[in-house]
Design a protein around this ligand. Structure first.
Ligand SMILES: Nc1ncnc2c1ncn2[C@@H]1O[C@H](COP(=O)(O)OP(=O)(O)OP(=O)(O)O)[C@@H](O)[C@H]1O
Length: 320
C-alpha cells in the first residue's frame, strides 16, 4: 500500500548551488500494509513532516523508490500524479482553507471538483462537519473560526473524499482533549472502513488511545518500528481497542470503495483541492509550497474562490 525502498530526501540549498548539505531522510525502507494504522513519532526536526509529504506525493525522493497505492513513482507519469493524489487525504499544520469559502464549501470543494452531484454531496459534508463538532457552523468563513475550528474543517475536507490513504501531521495540535479524542475516533473509523492511516504526533497519550504500528524517526532514519519488520501484509493490529467498535460510527457511505480502479494514465497538471503541487526536490527547486492555480471547473465566487497572490501572501491558509 505504502512502500519505501532505500528512500533518501535532500532539500535543495540555494546557497550551495541547489545541492543540500545532507540528507534530511536517509535509507527509509518499510511497507505499510493496506488498511493499517501507523503512528509516526520522533523528536522535532526528525523528518516526520518530510516523510508524510513524500507519502502525500508533495515531494519526490532524491533517491530510492516510493510506492503509494500500488503505483511506484519512478514509473509513474507526471500527468498521472494528481489523479493518484486525489486518493490521498492530507491534514497538515497549515490548513490551506480557501478564505472566501464557508466551512461547508471548503469541505465540499474536493467532492465538487470530483464531479459529485450537489444533492449527493450535501449529506456527506454535513455528516463530516457534524463529526468534527462543527454542526451549525457550516456557513462560517475561515476567518470567523478559531484555529482549532479551522483545523477541524481541514480534517473534514481531508476525510470527506474517503481517501484510500490518509496522512495527518499533528492533527490534534490545536484541539482540546475532547476534540482530540473525537478526531482519533474519526481516524479510527476511516481506518475501519478501509483507509490506510498514518498520523505524526509527539503525544504518547494519543498513541495510547488507539492501537497501531509505531514508527519512530530520529535524524532522518527509522530507529524503531513496532512491530518489526513491517514487511508482511498479515498480522495487522486490531483496528479497535478492546471493547469493540468506537462509540460512534460513520455511515457505510464513507466506506472505502475497494473496487475503485487504480489510477490510469492522464494525470492533471495542477492540484485541484488546494493542496501543494508536486515538487521535485532537487531538479526543480524547492517548489513544495508553490501557490496552487485556480482549478478548472470551479466557479468564481465573490472575488474568486482562489486567492490572489496578494491574498495568499496574507495568510490564506488560516491562523492556526
Ligand atoms: N523545505 C525545506 N527546505 C529545507 N529544509 C527543510 C525543509 N523542510 C524541512 N526541512 C528540514 O528538514 C528537517 C526535518 O524537518 P521536518 O519538518 O520533516 O521534521 P519534523 O520531524 O516534522 O519536525 P516537527 O516535529 O518539529 O514538525 C529539519 O532539519 C528541517 O529544518
Amino acid at each position: 500500500m505504502v512502500r519505501f525502498t532505500q528512500v533518501g530526501l535532500r532539500y535543495p540549498d540555494p546557497t550551495r548551488g541547489g545541492a543540500g548539505e545532507r540528507e534530511t531522510l536517509r535509507d527509509l525502507s518499510f511497507t505499510l500494509p493496506q488498511g493499517s494504522f501507523t503512528w509516526l513519532t520522533g523528536p522535532s526536526g526528525a523528518g516526520k513532516t518530510s516523510l508524510l509529504r513524500l507519502m502525500q506525493l508533495a515531494l519526490r525522493p532524491t533517491r530510492g523508490e516510493v510506492e503509494v497505492l500500488g503505483v511506484p513513482l519512478s514509473r509513474a507519469k507526471r500527468a498521472d500524479l494528481p489523479k493518484l493524489r486525489r486518493r490521498i487525504g492530507a491534514v497538515f499544520q497549515e490548513f490551506r482553507l480557501l478564505p472566501y469559502l464557508t466551512a461547508f464549501d471548503n469541505v465540499a470543494l474536493p467532492l465538487r471538483l470530483a464531479g459529485r452531484a450537489e444533492a449527493s454531496l450535501r449529506p456527506d459534508v454535513t455528516e463530516m462537519l457534524r463529526w468534527v463538532g462543527l454542526e451549525g457552523r457550516e456557513g462560517a468563513l475561515p476567518q470567523q473560526l478559531s484555529g482549532g475550528e479551522q483545523q477541524r474543517v481541514a480534517i473534514a475536507r481531508a476525510v470527506v473524499t474517503r481517501p484510500a490513504l490518509l496522512v495527518a501531521d499533528e492533527p490534534t495540535g490545536n484541539l482540546d482533549s475532547t476534540q482530540a479524542r473525537r478526531l482519533i475516533l474519526l481516524l479510527a473509523e476511516m481506518n475501519r472502513l478501509g483507509a490506510t492511516v498514518v498520523v505524526a504526533t509527539h503525544s504518547q497519550e494519543l498513541i495510547a488511545q488507539h492501537p497501531g504500528y509505531v514508527m519512530q524517526v530520529e535524524a532522518g532514519r527509522i530507529v524503531a518500528l513496532d512491530p518489526w519488520p513491517y514487511a508482511t501484509e498479515e498480522a495487522l493490529p486490531e483496528p479497535h481497542p478492546p471493547g469493540g467498535a468506537p462509540v460512534a460510527t460513520l455511515p457505510q457511505s464513507f466506506a472505502l470503495d475497494l473496487s475503485a480502479p487504480e489510477p490510469e494514465a492522464g494525470w492533471l497538471e495542477e492540484p485541484e483541492d488546494g493542496s501543494e503541487p508536486w515538487s521535485s526536490g532537487e531538479d526543480e527547486g524547492e517548489g513544495d509550497l508553490a501557490p496552487p492555480a485556480r482549478p478548472r471547473g470551479t466557479q468564481r465566487m465573490g472575488r474568486g474562490i482562489w486567492p490572489s497572490a496578494q491574498d495568499r501572501g496574507s495568510g490564506a491558509g488560516g491562523h492556526g
